[in-house]
Design a protein around this ligand. Structure first.
Ligand code: OAD
Length: 232
């Protein structure tokens, strides 16, 4: 049984990573367009670097929770039949043990060199403008996908979505494309669709099974159901 799980900020909320659209419409006190666009970076690189440096440090101080661990457990049972596609730039899925994972919006723990295109692993601050370890230019930016930029690995994701038997959306508002369109794509190709979210989102087509609640409660239960169904 091939399963694609799409995750969003809601799965990391119970680890203490704030979501984007829940509270006051601001992301950590900033309008998204002031920190998450190429134009913002061009206009004020110091502010954008400092913002992502703070996010990188914040994520280093939190830990994965039961929902992340449940998805790693599911990978243990399904192996390559499970692909987790995350919109999150934190590394909580891999710290919980997920390996078959795509970070479609990039990763806080990588830098992107705008001079040579290298994407080195990066845990330090970028505001001091360190040199690229590959080409030596001081042109590193966070390796996160900003609005107006192309997400990573879209071909691989779309191939998995059209081929899956079950598509599951966890903790995402469905506000940002192309991720928001995957449920319709999966359904069009015959997948059963499941949503596990604090509040039901409003997709183009309704999910076959929409469960409302915290990821920490819903995800382990759903994973247990899948594993039990598989072994029965
Ligand atoms: P959002 O902040 O838009 O949505 C978070 C979703 O998680 C909402 O539907 C909440 O109801 C739900 N939620 C909150 N707490 C939850 C919990 N404990 N358990 C389950 N669900 C919970 O975040 P995303 O959908 O991830 O893109 O946002 C998508 C993209 O927009 C992000 O990747 C980012 C952002 O701008 C880029 O930066 C390109």
């Amino acid at each position: 049984m091939r399963i694609v799980v799409l995750t969003g900020a809601g799965i990391s909320a119970e680890s203490g990573v704030p979501t984007f659209r829940d509270a006051d419409g601001l992301w950590e006190g900033h309008r998204i367009e002031d920190v998450a666009t190429p134009e913002a970076f061009e206009r004020d690189p110091a502010t954008v670097q400092a913002f992502y440096d703070a996010r990188r440090r914040a994520v280093a101080s939190v830990a994965p929770h039961v929902a992340h661990r449940a998805l790693a457990r599911l990978e243990g049972a399904l192996g390559d039949e499970l692909l987790v596609v995350t919109q999150n730039v934190d590394d909580l899925h891999e710290r919980a043990g997920s390996r078959n994972l795509v970070h479609m919006h990039g990763e806080l723990r990588r830098a992107l060199c705008t001079a040579c295109g290298a994407r080195p692993r990066w845990d330090a601050d970028l505001a001091p403008r360190p040199p690229c370890p590959v080409c030596g230019e001081r042109m590193l930016r966070p390796d996160v996908v900003w609005f107006g930029e192309m997400p990573y690995e879209l071909d691989r994701i779309e191939q998995a979505v059209v081929a899956c038997d079950v598509f599951v959306s966890i903790g995402t508002s469905g506000a940002v494309y192309p991720a928001a369109g995957y449920v319709a794509l999966a359904a069009a190709f015959g997948a059963r669709t499941v949503e596990l979210n604090l509040v039901p989102s409003d997709p183009m087509i309704p999910f076959d099974d929409a469960r409302a609640g915290r990821a920490g409660e819903l995800v382990p239960v759903w994973v247990d159901e899948v594993i039990a169904a598989r072994s029965s």
